[in-house]
Write a protein that binds this ligand. Structure first.
Ligand SMILES: C[S@@+](CC[C@H](N)C(=O)[O-])C[C@H]1O[C@@H](n2cnc3c(N)ncnc32)[C@H](O)[C@@H]1O
Length: 286
């Protein structure tokens, strides 16, 4: 595993990444069909400080979400993020409260584009920012009730549905892999795996994703473009030279097909500025 004290982020293990990428609702997640997450077991490889992972666990109906990162310091921050998100959350959004809450006068929620108002009257909302963030600084974050706490969130609800692991996932299994996943996310990580593990490491990663997914499961890949490899190498002289790499991001579709995935659905280039990258969705065929 990467030394968390290493000042050169040779694995793309940037600290403060989500300050540069300040999306409360990540557009890469927003563009994905909701069915990928509903009732699903989801693995987020290279979860960094866990912002995207928390968003999926909190608001996408996933029954289990696992974030894994090679940098143990980032994983500690991801656990902190989980508690922070829990602290700000509307106390009535937990599933066990839901039915009870439906019979109560519905709390007003902000209108969202495309919302016809009917949904507003019939559904309790998930207010992810119910408390001002300053409360946490003044009073410390809220404790998370144990999983068997009466009327608390259940095992498959946020935050109990969310776990983080520190591991080099390309080369090591984690406990949750045994049960497999319905979806694996690889946002902005393929370049780092490729640069560090070369073609062989990248192939191992793709085969590992295939092996932990159930048939019909989804692999969401946001590959970085080849041009950006040069910049990464310039900024991280510790990385091996690019001349050993034969594979290119344009080859990924063919490689994944050979491994057992169907043709990808290209959801377009999502994001802003240097973060505008393709989001490709693959289905495991066999
Ligand atoms: C550029 S960041 C992207 C973070 C996040 N996926 C996103 O796009 O919002 C890449 C992350 O992948 C992690 N990473 C790189 N190689 C890894 C590996 N072999 N196993 C687990 N995590 C890895 C890095 O530590 C870093 O946090």
């Amino acid at each position: 595993m990467a030394s968390s004290s290493s000042s050169t982020p040779i694995h793309g293990n940037y600290h403060g990444y989500y300050i540069k990428r300040p999306f409360a609702n990540d557009p890469r997640v927003a563009v994905l069909p909701a069915s990928i997450f509903e009732g699903a077991r989801v693995l987020d490889v290279g979860c960094n400080e866990g912002w995207v992972t928390c968003e999926i666990a909190q608001s996408k109906g996933a029954k289990k979400v696992v974030g894994v990162d090679i940098d143990d310091k980032l994983v500690r921050l991801a656990w902190k993020r989980r508690r922070h998100v829990w602290t700000l959350q509307d106390p009535f959004t937990s599933g066990k409260h839901q039915e009870e809450h439906e019979t109560q006068p519905v709390r007003k929620r902000r209108k969202v584009d495309g919302d016809n108002g009917e949904a507003e009257a019939s559904k309790p909302s998930l207010q992810a920012d119910y408390f001002p963030a300053s409360f946490e600084h003044m009073f410390s974050p809220l404790p998370i009730p144990p999983v068997d706490y009466p009327d608390g969130p259940g095992r498959t609800e946020f935050p109990h549905n969310l776990t983080f692991r520190a591991a080099d996932w390309v080369n090591n299994e984690i406990l949750e892999d045994k049960e497999g996943y319905d979806a694996v996310l690889a946002f902005s990580i393929s370049k780092w795996i490729h640069l560090n593990g070369e073609d062989e490491g990248l192939m191992r990663f793709f085969r590992r994703v295939h092996s932990v997914l159930r048939v019909g499961g989804t692999f969401v890949l946001e590959p970085q473009e080849w041009e950006s490899y040069h910049k990464a190498r310039r900024m991280n002289p510790k990385l091996k030279s690019l001349e050993h790499l034969k594979l290119r991001p344009d080859d990924f579709e063919r490689i994944l097909r050979d491994i057992g995935f169907g043709p990808p659905e290209h959801l377009g280039k999502i994001g802003e500025g240097g973060f505008k990258r393709p989001i490709d969705v693959y289905t495991k065929l066999n």
